[in-house]
Design a protein around this ligand. Structure first.
Ligand SMILES: [Zn+2]
Length: 142
């Protein structure tokens, strides 16, 4: 008997009992070497299923594609901030007190925002210090 126990995350096709399917899983692991395991042993502490998918959809997810998508996600984090700034190029916006903290940090480091209070003046000083030491503030600025 075929029972649907899940649906594919991408095409919503039912995944039934006995059918092969793919999962994309995020594991938190440690690697250790000890007397019992001189070659090393990996312990999985936490395992979270990111996606379940039928094999047709799963085929897209070879190691290379997953890596590409992960990198794109990481890059998007701040690309989003940049995209939002484009239509609003005025100092009232950059100096607004209603901005999200990460936007404040971003505009401070890109020098589009004047520090609005003591905290932001300190923040900008820290940004300048970091830049002077040859490091990059952890926000990409093009
Ligand atoms: Zn599918």
């Amino acid at each position: 008997m075929e029972n649907t126990f899940q649906h594919c995350d991408f095409c919503s096709k039912p995944i039934t009992t006995g059918q092969r399917y793919g999962t994309l899983v995020y594991n938190v692991e440690t690697y250790e070497q000890n007397a019992q395991n001189p070659k090393g042993v990996i312990s999985v502490h936490d395992s979270e299923q990111v996606h379940i998918m039928c094999l047709q959809c799963g085929e897209r997810y070879n190691r290379e594609n997953v890596e590409k998508e992960m990198n794109a996600l990481v890059n998007q984090g701040f690309k989003k901030v940049e995209a939002e700034e484009t239509p609003l190029k005025n100092s009232a916006y950059y100096n607004s007190m209603d901005l999200e903290p990460d936007h404040v940090l971003y505009y401070l480091s890109s020098r589009q925002r004047e520090p609005q209070n003591e905290y932001e003046r300190k923040l900008l000083k820290q940004i300048i210090e970091i830049e002077k030491s040859g490091n990059i503030v952890e926000i990409p600025s093009n």
